[in-house]
Design a protein around this ligand. Structure first.
Ligand code: UDP
Length: 253
């Protein structure tokens, strides 16, 4: 299968994919023989990666970095490039659960607060009859727990894995454990998506999402995020003043 092209924003790859294209790619990955890592990149990821070289490397080595975050689309445009559309991780988790129900992929939900993954699994099964949940487990992103968690996932014979530990922990978890996962073919860091599915957190109304103001809704509901959200203006500033350098980015591939 052909890997989609990427644009590099401050050294972080973002692939030129649509939602439908992402689902197609995952279908291909699921038929493969190794684990594929997917990251849901937004401007906060890009800014974290500026201070965390390991995180940047994890993103550069991921099989697919989807453009979750409208800021990335604006940044691409600033460089005369184009990302076709926003692919929110919080929506991808539904599309892939539907595909899992159709194809018989076994889904494992890892992370979030105790009880949340189980509740999310219940909601997904109601929505997609026939969906096979291989397992749910809150666990912890602490590396000391890795071995026990990997054993649990391997025993469940899961094919598709959602990891909800927030970035960068979830993406680092997948990167350091992917080679030990025996049946998983696709592992995705899904951030707060299990909270949304379980109904513990509420997404912005559709009209606000259409105005690309989902971030503002989140800020009003969860004001303690303001410090983290400073990443947005910092990202815009850096993109404005950093020239696009395709040659340098080519070397990073
Ligand atoms: N989380 C967790 N263990 C941790 C840290 C976070 O299970 O040690 C979960 C948290 O409960 C939430 C998810 O990680 O379900 C994503 O957290 P956050 O909202 O910070 O991430 P974002 O969606 O902003 O990337």
């Amino acid at each position: 299968m052909r890997k989609p092209g990427a644009i590099y924003l401050l050294g972080v790859p973002v692939h030129r994919v649509t939602m439908a294209g992402t689902v197609d790619l995952v279908c291909g990955y699921m038929a493969g023989s190794r684990v594929h890592q997917i990251a849901t990149v937004n401007p906060e990821f890009v800014m974290k990666a500026q201070e965390d070289a390991h995180f940047k490397q994890v993103l550069q080595r991921a099989d697919l970095c989807i453009p979750d975050g409208v800021g990335l689309l604006y940044a691409a445009r600033r460089y005369g490039q184009r990302l076709p559309e926003r692919v929110p991780g919080s929506e991808l988790v539904y599309h892939l659960a539907e595909a899992a129900a159709g194809h018989g992929w076994r889904l494992f939900l890892l992370g979030a607060q105790p009880g949340v993954a189980g509740e999310a699994a219940k909601k997904l099964c109601q929505r997609y009859p026939g969906l096979q949940i291989a397992g749910t487990y809150a666990g912890s992103p602490d590396p000391a727990e890795d071995e026990a968690i990997v054993a649990r996932i391997n025993a469940s014979r899961a094919g598709l894995l959602y990891v909800a530990y927030g970035a960068p922990r979830q993406d680092k978890w997948i990167a350091r454990n992917r080679d030990r996962l025996e049946t998983v073919r696709v592992a995705i860091g899904v951030g707060g998506a299990l909270d949304f599915i379980a109904g513990k957190a509420v997404r912005a109304p559709v009209w606000l999402r259409r105005l690309n103001l989902e971030w503002l809704y989140r800020l009003v509901r969860e004001p303690w995020r303001w410090r983290r959200m400073l990443a947005l203006p910092r990202f815009a500033w850096r993109i404005l003043w950093t020239p696009y350098s395709p040659a340098a980015e080519e070397r990073q591939r």
